[in-house]
Design a protein around this ligand. Structure first.
Ligand SMILES: *Cc1c(COP(=O)(O)O)cnc(C)c1O
Length: 243
């Protein structure tokens, strides 16, 4: 069953308050932080309710679902044009295979999950053919456990440097997944590592003004991520909780 707009608004309000509180603890401005609603586990009607509740950033982790939903949401927006004036931005937050780059670029999604030079080159080549510049992020395996995806911390700087100079890619930030831990406090080290890596890259003059995002923090650990500098929170279950 779809999660109601009312329920979503209530959850959203609680999340926003938590973000404000976390910002207060460290002297940040909540306006520098966006919520990406991760919709992989919900049905289309819930996504419509998200949009009606004011969400403008949506994330999916599978290509097929991303492309299908981008179409469905576009049709919904066309119908509700006057009620929903803001543009919707999609985010590809799951592992991306090189043979599936084209459909993702067709949705205009920001790709959070570059983790190899070959994938970056493929995206750049595809983008060149489409005559566009693709917004991308480098996924870093900061927890250094046996997580499958993300480039190793030690290889991140070099790869970011190469991505930033590819003609049809715009490097807009870094992304990491916190480790799966019972106590969200245990995710903090990963977020600190990503923030430090970002600062190091800035010092090396990697990326320009557009290189500004830290995509980190999910339902369990977003408050810690905010304290450590996150600008893009990828939140699913906390938005849809019906307690
Ligand atoms: C599912 C998912 C999220 C959101 O997870 P929740 O715990 O439901 O907030 C964030 N990032 C990625 C990459 C995901 O796959």
């Amino acid at each position: 069953m779809a999660v109601t707009r009312k329920r979503i608004e209530k959850n959203l309000q609680a999340i926003r308050q938590n973000i404000v509180d976390a910002c207060d603890r460290v002297g940040r401005n909540p306006e520098d932080i966006s919520i990406i609603a991760v919709t992989k586990s919900v049905e289309l009607d819930t996504i419509k309710n998200l949009l009606d509740a004011g969400i403008t950033e949506l994330g999916e982790n599978r290509v097929q679902q991303l492309t299908q939903r981008a179409e469905e949401v576009e049709a919904y927006i066309q119908r509700r044009r006057n009620a929903l004036p803001r543009p919707i931005q999609w985010h590809m937050i799951g592992h991306l295979q090189r043979n599936k780059v084209k459909p993702v670029l067709n949705t205009g999604a920001v790709i959070h999950t570059i983790d190899s030079l070959r994938l970056a080159e493929e995206i750049s080549e595809r983008a060149a053919k489409m005559n566009i510049t693709a917004d991308v992020m480098l996924q870093v395996n900061c927890s250094q456990e046996d997580q499958k995806y993300g480039v190793a911390v030690g290889a991140a700087l070099h790869l970011a440097d190469m991505i930033a100079t590819m003609s049809n890619l715009q490097l807009v930030g870094l992304m990491t997944m916190g480790p799966l831990v019972a106590d969200p406090e245990d995710a903090r080290n990963s977020f600190v590592r990503l923030r430090e890596l970002f600062a190091e890259m800035k010092k090396e003059n990697i990326g320009g003004k557009a290189f500004k995002h830290l995509s980190m923090g999910m339902s369990n650990d977003y408050q810690i991520a905010v304290e450590e500098g996150a600008t893009l929170l990828r939140i699913g279950s906390a938005l849809f909780a019906t307690d």
